[in-house]
Design a protein around this ligand. Structure first.
Ligand code: SAH
Length: 197
């Protein structure tokens, strides 16, 4: 599959034009190790080394859609890995503060280098309890699967903010409201585990 086919596929799955455009703008090959570059546009997860993967484009698009991105937000991605998702977020949300936290030092360093001209900041560390130093966030995306929703993440979310997090094999979206949070669950996904230290 080439990039054009991947974009067509995302289109046929009904994702918004903004999301398709972001996938068009960002070169997935820049985030993939040398030996896998020829597979950059298959709709599959790809290894980024250290036992970690860039998620499948469909899954990423699905999560980005749930995040309801717009401009002027403060956004955190936990498990930013290769930086690919951060680059997509950077396309979808202008004038925003975009943070990533990644526990594997080498990945944090590589992604920092690839994203050096983008409006993103990558912190090396354990994000299972969020990233307190820049809270509160308007959007939090977790890119690795937790066992349950970490309470700390909801505490670091603004009201009307959205948390998207895989819990075991479901993607959960939570909109934080003053009275009762709005929670939705979408089963049938696979993620690498969120390591809690
Ligand atoms: N979104 C990434 C890929 C995610 S793979 C991309 O676009 O490439 C999930 C990532 O979560 C892995 O890189 C893994 O090291 C990281 N991770 C797992 N547990 C973590 C934790 N507690 N804190 C920060 N990162 C974590």
């Amino acid at each position: 599959m080439d990039k054009k086919q991947l974009l067509e596929e995302l289109k046929s799955e009904g994702f918004s034009e903004d999301i398709i455009k972001a996938f068009e703008q960002v070169k997935r090959e820049d985030f993939v190790p040398e030996n896998l570059k020829e597979f950059s546009y298959i709709d599959e997860p790809l290894s980024i080394g250290k036992g970690q993967t860039i998620s499948q484009p469909y899954t990423i698009a699905f999560m980005l859609n749930l995040l309801e991105l717009k401009d002027n937000l403060k956004i955190l991605e936990i498990g930013s890995g290769s930086g690919y998702v951060l680059a997509l977020i950077n396309e979808l949300s202008k004038n925003s503060k975009i943070y990533g936290i990644e526990r594997i030092k080498e990945l944090a360093e590589i992604s920092r280098e690839v994203l050096k001209n983008k409006n993103t900041e990558i912190v090396h560390g354990d994000g299972s309890k969020g990233l307190k130093q820049h809270a509160l966030y308007d959007r939090i995306l977790v890119s690795a699967a937790a066992d349950k929703i970490p309470k700390k993440l909801l505490e670091q979310l603004n009201y009307n903010g959205i948390l998207v997090i895989p819990v075991r094999n479901s993607i959960i979206s939570i909109k934080k409201l003053y009275r009762e949070n709005k929670i939705k669950e979408y089963p049938g996904f696979v993620f690498v585990p969120l390591i809690e230290e």
